[in-house]
Every structure is written in C-alpha cells, then in structure tokens.
Design a protein around this ligand. Structure first.
Ligand code: F6R
Length: 251
C-alpha cells in the first residue's frame, strides 16, 4: 500500500488526475472504475481543464461507475449518471455508449446488478478503480457489515450515509434509501485501486481503514489486502495516522 499525503485537497485532486491521465495515456482503451460524490469533483475539474488544453483522449475508454441510487433514472438530475455527464462525460471525447452506470430505474435491481457484474467481466475487468471513502469508511455503497467477497448488488443505505448525502438533494427531492453498488469483492478484483480522501471528516475512516486488521465493520479496511493500491490524502484526512504509518508516506 502506498500512501501519498498532499498539503491540500486541490493538490491531492491534481495528483489523482495525473494518475488517471497517466493510465489513459499508457493504455488508450483502459477500463476505468469511477466514483461520484463531493471528493472527486476536483479531479474531474482537473481532467476537464487538461482536456481543454489538449491533454488526454477518452475516445477508446470504457468506464464503470461504482453505484447508482435505486429509483432514479439516468435523466434524473440527482442520478449518478447525470452527475457523470455534468462533471466529466459531457466535456470530453468519450463514447457515451461505453460509459456504464448501474440502471437505477431497472425493474429488478438484483437482475440489473447481475447484468452489471457480467458486463464488467465481459470487458475483461477494470484496470484502474478510483474510490472515495465514506465517513463510516464505506466504499461504493458497501456499508459496514458488507462481506469482503460481496458482488454487485442491491443495498440499503445507512442513516449516516443518508445524512451525509442529503446535501446533494435539493429541497423537495426524494432521496432514495437503496442503491446498486459494486461489491467489495468486485472492487478488489480491479487491477489497480486509487483512493482519494480529503478533509478532516474522513480522518477517522482513513485511519480505521489503513490500520487494519481487515474487518467487515470497516469496509475500507478490505483494501489493505490489495496488491496495487495508492491512497491519496490531504493533511486533514491524514491527521489520525500515526508515525509508524506516516513514515511510509511520500510528500
Ligand atoms: C460514490 C461512492 C461513495 C462516495 C463516498 C464519499 O460513487 O461510491 O462511496 O465515494 O460516499 O462521498 P463524498 O465524496 O461525497 O464524501
């Protein structure tokens, strides 16, 4: 496990954007796994800016988003499909037919989850998975208690996740209580994993995930078993790591 601590969230986002650009520069037909939420907004802004400056081609890429709310169609402004269009896909030369987000409006969420899992396999798996980290250390929407070998499936969101994400729903909008998420087992099969966590609100989740031992109570702790994982933090998110961990860190 490699941990990189940057002075600010902006610097951490820039470092992650560089990693993604490096990946797509090295392998034009990469398969990327992508998150939504507040954390990656700075990364997507950097990627848009780089693209405007002629850096990075998305033409041959395939993407799989981590999760989607059940009950929201891709046209719904609060859906993660809409988020991706607004923050990245609508601004770069990506083939929209190769951008995949679980279908939140599917009639049967479990059937959709199985379809999604098969689709990832059909593309030969994910080369690089970018993850955020929930305040309760969830990854994707794998909440505490999720088995580390779990696959893509329908899940119920915990109250803490509902509270944390309420801010993304405008007044009057109905906030879904369930989602389809890639499983932890699905995530662990990705060839490379990059986690971005910023802000003091993530410091406990980062420390619990990095310190181990792996526990179902701390979904992020499953990641320490992965052979190629880089965790990118700002100083605030790294605040609860102790010396034994931080001496491994790169500036
Ligand atoms: C998003 C996702 C979640 C978020 C996590 C952190 O697709 O799967 O695991 O990464 O909830 O959210 P933010 O970045 O909003 O703090």
């Amino acid at each position: 496990m490699k941990i990189i601590v940057k002075d600010s969230a902006a610097d951490a986002s820039a470092a992650v954007a560089d990693m993604l650009l490096q990946q797509i520069g090295k392998k034009q037909d990469s398969v990327l796994g992508l998150p939504t939420g507040g954390t990656p907004l700075g990364v997507y802004a950097r990627l848009r800016e780089a693209y405007r400056n002629g850096q990075g081609s998305y033409k041959f890429l395939t993407t799989f988003n981590l999760d989607e709310y059940i009950g929201l169609s891709s046209n719904d402004p609060e859906s993660y499909a809409a988020y991706m269009l607004e923050n990245l896909f609508g601004h770069v030369n990506i083939d929209i037919s190769r951008t995949h987000v679980p279908r939140g409006s599917a009639l049967d969420a479990e059937t959709e989850a199985a379809r999604y899992e098969s689709l990832i396999a059909a593309y030969g798996g994910i080369d690089l998975m970018l993850l955020g980290l929930g305040r309760n250390a969830h990854i994707g929407f794998n909440e505490p208690g999720s088995p580390h070998n779990s696959r893509t499936r329908r899940v119920a969101l915990t109250q803490s996740t509902l509270d944390a994400n309420a801010a993304y729903f405008p007044a009057g909008a109905v906030q879904p209580s369930h989602a389809i998420t890639m499983g932890i087992g699905t995530i662990l099969e990705c060839r490379k994993i990059v986690v971005l966590a910023t802000g003091q609100g993530k410091a406990d989740a980062v420390a619990a995930s990095v310190k181990g031992p792996p526990s179902e109570d701390v979904p992020g702790s499953a990641l320490i078993r992965h052979a190629d994982i880089t965790i990118v933090l700002d100083r605030a998110a790294a605040a609860n790591l102790d010396y034994a961990q931080t001496r491994e860190l790169e500036a």
